[in-house]
Design a protein around this ligand. Structure first.
Ligand code: F6P
Length: 348
């Protein structure tokens, strides 16, 4: 029987969202279903704004960054009667199922919608790669490649000027991008939320390398690296304190603070670069196009099987159904085994 499937993308955008959308739409149409793109994340579940997605609408989008249905950080759980209003919209639009593509926040709300009785399937997304239940999220590979290329570029200028280059990458709760880009670009130090360093230790490491003859250094820092652990003393504060609808502080600035402290401590010429949203923009890598497409196809298959309350997840290299609840169970941090590889490479 023909069904009408709603799809939405929530939270920060991410390279690979369009391949997911394409995978869902192509599979849905192959089953004889129609698809409605709900516009701008959960905001669309309040306003009902949508656009039908036909095969022609997704034919050219596999290489495009961003999301053709728009996104927002609207939190239904914080809106007055948000869940009930979303259920009304679901009914009004004549939907038979809803696919929510997003990270911890979006999937947390998706789980709430499912618990309230809606037939919901999720798709795990975040460039930060910190979602539990899946080994990799699409978008992460693109972000790592962008960061690696940027660090490669910084190396030549760092070397010419005998400078220390601090590069701040995304990674709110976990340092996946910093760790992977740090390994790939042979950085001299990597600081992450789960593995921070004190300024004293970082300075000592860079001074040792300088004494051994390396005239420059590359330091990769996750945006979420705690300053408390850095012994920076008074006067160094987080630059921004604004919060989004999910209560997350707007990050950005820790690299600058570390750069200033390093300069003071070592006397080296230090510079700071914040990669920021550049890591989220542009075309997805082949890896993210493939993973995104596979997640899209598998999400639609879960809908077809009426296997609701689930999301496709990568486990042991295979895509399997995982409960949506799993995605809201804390943070997947970089394991010690992976980070010890980073340390072995940069400390030697
Ligand atoms: O959650 C992914 C992420 O890219 C974080 O790494 C970053 O802190 C945040 O989104 C930025 O969000 P916004 O696009 O709202 O500034």
């Amino acid at each position: 029987m023909m069904a009408r499937i709603g799809i939405l993308t929530g939270g920060g955008d991410c390279p690979g969202l369009n391949p997911v959308i394409r995978g869902i739409v192509l599979t849905a149409h192959s089953f004889g279903h129609e698809v409605l793109g709900i516009l701008n994340g959960y905001q669309g579940m309040l306003t009902g704004e949508n656009r039908p997605l036909k095969i022609a609408d997704v034919q050219e989008i596999i290489y495009q960054g961003g999301t053709i249905v728009g996104t927002s950080r609207t939190n239904l759980a914080k809106e007055k009667n948000g869940i009930e209003r979303a259920k009304e919209t679901f009914k009004k639009l004549g939907l038979d199922a809803l696919i929510c593509i997003g990270g911890e926040d979006t999937l947390g709300v998706a789980f709430k919608l499912y618990k309230s009785g809606l037939p919901v399937v999720g798709v795990p997304k975040t460039i930060d790669n910190d979602l539990p239940g899946t080994e990799f999220c699409f978008g992460f590979d693109t972000a790592v490649n962008i960061a690696t290329e940027a660090i490669d570029r910084l190396r030549t200028t760092a070397k010419s000027h005998s400078r220390v280059m601090v590069v701040e990458v995304m990674g709110r709760h976990a340092g996946w991008i910093a760790a992977f880009a740090g390994i790939a670009s042979s950085a001299d130090a990597v600081l992450t939320p789960e593995y921070p360093m004190t300024i004293d230790d970082l300075s000592a490491l860079l001074q040792k390398k300088r004494a051994e003859g390396k005239n420059y250094a590359l330091v990769v820092v996750s945006e979420g690296t705690p300053l408390e652990g850095l012994d920076l003393g008074e006067g160094f504060a987080e630059v921004r304190k604004e919060k989004d609808a999910f209560g997350h502080v707007q990050l950005g600035g820790v690299g600058e603070t570390i750069t200033k402290a390093l300069k003071e401590k070592t006397g080296f010429d230090c510079r700071n670069t914040i990669l920021g949203h550049i890591q989220r923009g542009g075309s997805p890598t082949s890896m993210d196009r493939i993973l995104g497409s596979a997640y899209g196809v598998e999400a639609m298959k879960l809908v077809q099987e009426k296997n609701f309350g689930k999301m496709p997840a990568l486990q042991n290299g295979t895509i399997v159904p995982e409960s949506l609840e799993e995605a809201s169970k804390g943070i997947k941090i970089v394991p010690e085994s992976t980070f010890s590889l980073v340390r072995t490479l940069f400390e030697s």
